[in-house]
Design a protein. Structure first.
Ligand code: APR
Ligand code: PHB
Length: 389
């Protein structure tokens, strides 16, 4: 088999890239290790920057997003019994859209199906060959024996645990990592959200986040230890702890219910450079990871897709390699700003085991400065709604 672009990974990055390329007449094949159902069962953050909303519109998959997505013009930040709002609309003139990543992925799968997009699921032993030469190819097993796809380019959209990043020689790769000493215990429940906007809570007992997927589906998180396990938390224990971390007014109005999903996510900051090696381009979680505090994972994958899509279009349509040659530099410039914001917001909102009394006073001073200073709020708002591509 031959195609123009082999895309490894059928998550949001790979699907969005494939759909955008298709609309430009550029062929691709997606190779996905899991089943479609497995991919769609993943619960991930659901706060979309306007840049991502625009890309989904460009890909022609924003109909449901526009009818079911919830525009959020601000967010609440609390510390103990104090609470204040960051007004995105007033500070930046724009907002974010709350719409689950699962729904984004579902919309993209539907679009790929409608376009007759080639997607191979449950593949095994994907291997990238000759990425540093002019005739790369990918081999894999599809249950009917070994397969080979010759191509012009390979997009490594296979997430943090994929094969693409490891294909870049260790002598070429530069990796940067920070592992946080805690995780997020998340619960999904068929209950109305405690507040119309998100609440990011810093409390003496640790961080908490009140989020949502719809007016009847809520998503809550509490900071837990890195070694914690979901099965160690009953629903009642979770709700009790959450109520102790948010202001009393919201705790009293919180509607609890049975968890329909309960899981723990570890927190990590990670970047690999460069994001290109020959004809292999790394995209999304394959190249970088952020702590979910700033909801930048999906949104930074989207900006990678934007830069790679632009570069491939210029190559195929104008025979101009400048876009793909500058992909890594352009993508990383925005990746590092998203890493910085996610790291800063995590430091502001979480309790770290090694914090001294002075550190805690610095954290509170930072919260009070953010609460009282327009420039600080504008900076936070501009990062949260999404820096320009
Ligand atoms: N071969 C084929 N597919 C693979 C391989 C492999 N060797 N390894 C991983 N995959 C698939 C995974 O099964 C997954 O479906 O690649 C896909 C990668 O998807 P994501 O991990 O979702 O990464 P990405 O598409 O970049 O989206 C980033 O997803 O995980 C969230 O927080 C993350 O919101 C961010 C977004
Ligand atoms: C979520 O709804 O899952 C969510 C929202 C905002 C975040 C992280 C997660 O910062």
């Amino acid at each position: 088999m031959r195609t123009q672009v082999v895309i490894i990974g059928g998550g949001p990055s790979g699907l969005l890239l494939a759909q955008l390329l298709h609309l430009q007449g550029i062929e691709s094949v997606i190779l996905e290790r899991q089943t479609r159902a497995h991919v769609l069962a993943r619960i991930r953050a659901g706060v979309l920057e306007q840049g991502m909303v625009g890309l989904l519109a460009q890909a022609g998959v924003d109909a449901r997003l526009r009818s079911e997505g919830i525009p959020h013009h601000g967010t609440l930040i609390s510390y103990d019994e104090e609470i204040f709002r960051i007004d995105f609309e007033r500070l930046t003139g724009t907002s974010v859209m709350v719409y689950g990543q699962t729904e984004v992925t579902r919309d993209l799968y539907d679009a790929r199906d409608a376009a007759g997009g080639r997607m191979v699921f449950s593949v095994e032993n994907v291997v990238i060959h000759d990425a540093d030469r002019d005739a790369p190819f990918v081999t894999y097993d599809d249950g009917h024996g070994g397969q080979r796809i010759d191509c012009d380019f390979i997009a490594g959209c296979d997430g943090f645990h994929g094969v693409s990043r490891a294909t870049v020689p260790a002598s070429v790769r530069r990796e940067y990592e920070k592992v946080y000493p805690f995780g997020w215990l998340g619960v999904l429940s068929h209950t109305p959200p405690v507040n119309a906007e998100l609440i990011y809570a810093n409390s003496q007992r640790g961080f908490a986040l009140c989020s949502m997927r719809s007016p009847t589906l809520s998503r809550y998180y509490i900071q837990c230890t890195a070694s914690d396990r979901p099965e160690a938390w009953s629903d009642e224990a979770f709700w009790t702890e959450l109520k102790r971390r948010i202001p009393a007014e919201q705790a009293e109005s919180l509607v609890t219910g049975p968890s329909i999903e309960k899981s723990i996510a570890p927190l990590r900051s990670f970047v690999t450079e460069p994001m290109r090696w020959g004809r292999l381009f790394l995209c999304g979680d394959a190249a970088h990871i952020v702590p979910p505090t700033g909801a930048k994972g999906l949104n930074t994958a989207a900006s990678d897709v934007h830069y790679l899509f632009e570069g491939l279009c210029r190559y195929y349509n104008d025979k101009d390699p400048e876009g793909i040659d500058r992909y890594s530099e352009r993508a990383l410039a925005r990746v590092w700003k998203a890493e910085r914001f996610s790291w800063w917001f995590s430091a502001l909102m979480h309790r770290y085991p090694d914090q001294s009394p002075f550190d805690l006073r610095m954290q509170r001073a930072e919260l009070e400065f953010l609460r009282s200073n327009e420039a600080a709020q504008k900076s936070m708002a501009e990062n949260y709604v999404g820096l320009p591509y």
